[in-house]
Ligand binder design. Structure first.
Ligand code: FO1
Length: 326
């Protein structure tokens, strides 16, 4: 039994986990090493209250993608979606007209909000929601507390919810600082900590290193758990040849003064042997020149094709990441 725990954000993280799942299904199919389990520790920093509902974008991207119910073209939300309720909400001036809550998607938020109002934790609500689909992985929120990522922009400084910065402004407003509202009284979720402690391997998905992985790492208890686990921690670069694979990781990295490169992100995460996060780092062939310096810093590395062009290609990436763990 190989227990794999993945730290992941939304869209990029979901695609990576889908490939990992396929790789393990192929392995289990040939009986190599017996059944494996995947637990995903998902970022909850994008979460928000909207129209009275608790919306959890990264948990929902993971759930819909692993269920095969995601809109593969848009990259978020449900396939076959409609927006009748959203149009009515806009007519009433409720919610954000530029942040579309589709009819099917709204059912997720209504169900989740109902569970939370019944006293369930976000972990328990996520377990109930995902039970409807046969995901083949366990999804857990990085925290059960409300810790939302806000972005400081402009002069004089004002603060936007991450989703307003990301969706309404397309990250075009230079971010002065990212703030995790509520983190002072928050804790990593018990299930996330358990999954990290019990893991044979921890993978860091090629998600946004600042607002998806960084927001997970900052949760009280998370770094200690990642440092203490017996599992090797292997990261997959979200940057290929100096460009963000998805979204606006470069805008986020610039905000924290980190160069947009595979090596700079690895250094930012830090070698576990010197108090950082990762034991291993997988980069694209285009970034192979940076590997000797990372090896010298105590990080095991490999260069492989890293574009998640389809599930089969992503399964190979997952295989190569796991190979670094041995
Ligand atoms: N992204 C958009 O670009 N436009 C939207 O209108 C939008 C709505 C939306 C509603 C629910 C949800 O869970 C996600 C939504 N997203 C939308 C995507 C969202 O910005 C991303 O999933 C992540 O939060 C950023 O990686």
């Amino acid at each position: 039994m190989t227990a794999i725990t993945v730290l992941a954000g939304g869209v990029g993280g979901a695609r990576f986990v889908r490939g990992l799942r396929q790789h393990l299904e192929q392995l289990d199919g040939i009986g190599a090493g017996g059944p494996s389990s995947i637990t995903v520790v998902a970022n909850t920093g994008d979460d928000l209250w909207l129209a009275g509902l608790r919306v959890c974008p990264d948990l929902d991207s993971l759930m819909y993608t692993l269920a095969g119910a995601n809109d593969e073209v848009r990259g978020w939300g449900r396939v076959g979606e409609s927006e009748r309720v959203s149009a009515e909400l806009t007519a009433y001036g409720v919610g954000w007209p530029w942040f579309t809550l589709g009819d099917l998607d709204l059912a997720t938020h209504i169900a989740r909000t109902s569970m939370l109002r019944d006293g369930l934790t976000l972990s328990e609500a996520t377990e109930r929601l995902t039970a409807r689909w046969d995901l083949g992985v366990t999804l857990v929120p990085a925290t059960d507390d409300e810790v939302e990522t806000h972005v400081e922009v402009g002069d004089p400084v004002r603060e936007l919810h991450f989703e307003e910065w990301w969706v309404r402004h397309r990250a075009a407003l230079p971010a002065r600082r990212f703030v995790q509202r509520g983190i002072e009284t928050a804790a990593a979720s018990p299930r996330a900590l358990e999954a990290i402690a019990a893991a044979d391997v921890v993978l860091v998905a090629p998600s946004n290193p600042v607002v998806s992985i960084g927001t997970i790492l900052e949760l009280p208890g998370m770094r200690a758990a990642l440092s203490a686990t017996g599992a090797p921690v292997i990261g997959v670069s979200p940057i290929i040849a100096g460009a963000a694979v998805r979204g606006m990781a470069d805008a986020c990295l610039a905000a924290i003064g980190v160069e947009t490169s595979a090596a700079a992100v690895a250094s930012h995460y830090g070698a576990r042997s010197t108090g950082g996060l990762i034991d291993g780092w997988l980069v694209d062939d285009a970034d192979a020149a940076s590997l000797p310096a990372l090896e010298a810093a105590g990080i095991r590395t490999a260069a492989v094709p890293l574009w998640m062009t389809d599930v089969a290609a992503t399964a190979k990436i997952a295989r190569d990441a796991l190979a670094l763990a041995t």
